[in-house]
Design a protein around this ligand. Structure first.
Ligand SMILES: Cc1ncc(COP(=O)(O)O)c(C=O)c1O
Length: 382
C-alpha cells in the first residue's frame, strides 16, 4: 500500500448531442453549486413551493388540478412511481410499445403484477390511437392506458392530444412518458386530460440528470388517496406531496438541494423564454438537422408525420461501422451522439435538446459528421 495522493478526476467537456443528457447553460451549472441548504431549512420550503408551481406551468397543468412535483431521481423513477400508485396486482394496463421505453413500461407494469395488454408498432412508426382505443374497447375495465409521448429510441412522437380527447369521458387513467417531450414539444396535461405524466431533467429542460418531474390529475390523486399504500416508500406520491407541498412539511428524504436549485434555474429559463418560443426553437433546429441529413442521402427512421424535432434517428448506411463513427465523433470532435438501443435497427441518434436546440449547434454536429464520414470506418475493416 502506498500513500501517494489520489489525483482529482479530469473531465473533458463534450458537446452532448445524443439522446440525453444534453448540455446545460452556464447559469444552470452555477445554480448546481449554490450553497447547500438542509431539507428542513425554512428557506427551502419557499423554493420547493415555487419550483412545484413552475413545474406545473411547464407541464401546463392547471392550478388546482392535482399534484405536480419533481422526484429526486431520474426519469425512470417517475415511470415507476406512477405504476406503483395506480396499478394493483391484476389491474389491466394497456401500453403502447414502439420502442425501448414503451418496453420498459411493460417491464415495470409486469413487476407490479399488472395484466399487461401490449399494443405494438414497428420501430419508427407511431402506435395508432385507433389500435389503442380498440384495446380499450376490448378491455373496458382497464385501469391505465400508457404511451410514450416522445419515444427517444426511435424519434417518434405520439398523438397524445388526440388520445386524451378520445378518452375524455373514460374512467381509465391516461399516463404519458414525457421524458424527452417536456420543454421540447407541446405538452398540455390538463387540456389533454393526461392523468399522470413523468419526465426527466436532463433533456429538453437542460439540467443535469437527477430529477423526475411528475404531474398527477385531481381524479388520479383522489383515486390514490382511496387506495391502500403503494408497495414503494421512496416513490409514494402522497409521501412526496406531504413533504413538497403540505405545510408544515413531513420529512420524507434528504432532498438533494443542488438539484433543486439547478432545476429551479432550468425551469426559470424555460418559462422566461416562453413555452411556445422554446418549442419553436426545437422545431427549427430539428427540421434543419433533418433536412441536412436528407441532403446527405441519409435515411431517417421515423415516419415523417411523427418525427420528433429534438431526436433524429438516422439509419446507418449499409457497410458503415455505426459504432466506429460514434467513437470518432467523440474522440476526434468531442461530440456525443447515440447509437441504437437493444433490439433496434442500426442507427445513430442525434439530439438537439434544451440549450443545444439551435442551428449553430446542428452545424457543429454536421461538420464533425461530414469529417468522419469522409473516411468512414466500414464494417469489413472493423
Ligand atoms: C422516453 C424515455 N423514457 C424514460 C427514460 C428513462 O429516464 P432515465 O434514464 O432518466 O431514468 C428515458 C431515458 O432516456 C427516455 O428517453
Amino acid at each position: 500500500m502506498t500513500n501517494s495522493p489520489i489525483e482529482a478526476i479530469n473531465v473533458e467537456p463534450r458537446l452532448l448531442c445524443g439522446p440525453g443528457p444534453a448540455n446545460i447553460s452556464p447559469d444552470v451549472l452555477a445554480a448546481l453549486s449554490k450553497p447547500l441548504l438542509g431539507h428542513l431549512d425554512p428557506d427551502m420550503f419557499e423554493i420547493l413551493t415555487e419550483l412545484a408551481a413552475m413545474t406545473a406551468r411547464v407541464y401546463q397543468r392547471d392550478e388546482g388540478d392535482g399534484v405536480t412535483l419533481p422526484i429526486s431521481a431520474t426519469g425512470t423513477s417517475g415511470m415507476e412511481a406512477g405504476i406503483a400508485a395506480l396499478v394493483e396486482p391484476g389491474s389491466t394496463v394497456i401500453i403502447g410499445v414502439n420502442g425501448y421505453f414503451g418496453r420498459r413500461l411493460v417491464e415495470i407494469a409486469n413487476r407490479y403484477h399488472a395484466n399487461v395488454v401490449e399494443v405494438e408498432a414497428d420501430w419508427g412508426q407511431a402506435v395508432t390511437n385507433e389500435a389503442l382505443l380498440e384495446a380499450l374497447a376490448a378491455n373496458p375495465d382497464a385501469r391505465l392506458m400508457a404511451v410514450v409521448h416522445a419515444e427517444t429510441s426511435s424519434g417518434v412522437r405520439h398523438d397524445l392530444a388526440e388520445l386524451g380527447e378520445a378518452m375524455k369521458d373514460n374512467d381509465t387513467f391516461l399516463m404519458a412518458d414525457c421524458v424527452t417531450a417536456l420543454g421540447g414539444i407541446e405538452v398540455a396535461l390538463s387540456a389533454w386530460g393526461v392523468d399522470y405524466a413523468y419526465s426527466c431533467s436532463q433533456k429538453c429542460l437542460a439540467m443535469s440528470p437527477g430529477m423526475s418531474p411528475i404531474s398527477i390529475s385531481q381524479r388520479a390523486v383522489d383515486f390514490m388517496r382511496s387506495q391502500p399504500k403503494p408497495n414503494t416508500f421512496y416513490l409514494d406520491p402522497q409521501l412526496l406531496e406531504a413533504y413538497w407541498l403540505t405545510r408544515p412539511p413531513a420529512y420524507h428524504h434528504t432532498l438533494p438541494s443542488p438539484l433543486v436549485f439547478g432545476l429551479h434555474e432550468a425551469l426559470r429559463e424555460v418559462l422566461n423564454e416562453g413555452l411556445e418560443a422554446r418549442w419553436a426553437r426545437h422545431a427549427e433546429a430539428g427540421a434543419y438537422l433533418q433536412a441536412a441529413m436528407a441532403e446527405r442521402n441519409m435515411e431517417l427512421l421515423a415516419d415523417p408525420a411523427h418525427q420528433l424535432p429534438q431526436l433524429t434517428a438516422v439509419l446507418v448506411p449499409e457497410g458503415i461501422d455505426g459504432a466506429g463513427v460514434q467513437k470518432q465523433m467523440l474522440r476526434e470532435h468531442g461530440i456525443e451522439i447515440g447509437g441504437g438501443l437493444p433490439g433496434a435497427p442500426a442507427m445513430w441518434r442525434f439530439g438537439l435538446m434544451g440549450y443545444n436546440a439551435n442551428t449553430a449547434t446542428a452545424d457543429k454536429v454536421l461538420a464533425a459528421f461530414d469529417a468522419v464520414m469522409a473516411d468512414a470506418p466500414t464494417l469489413a475493416a472493423a
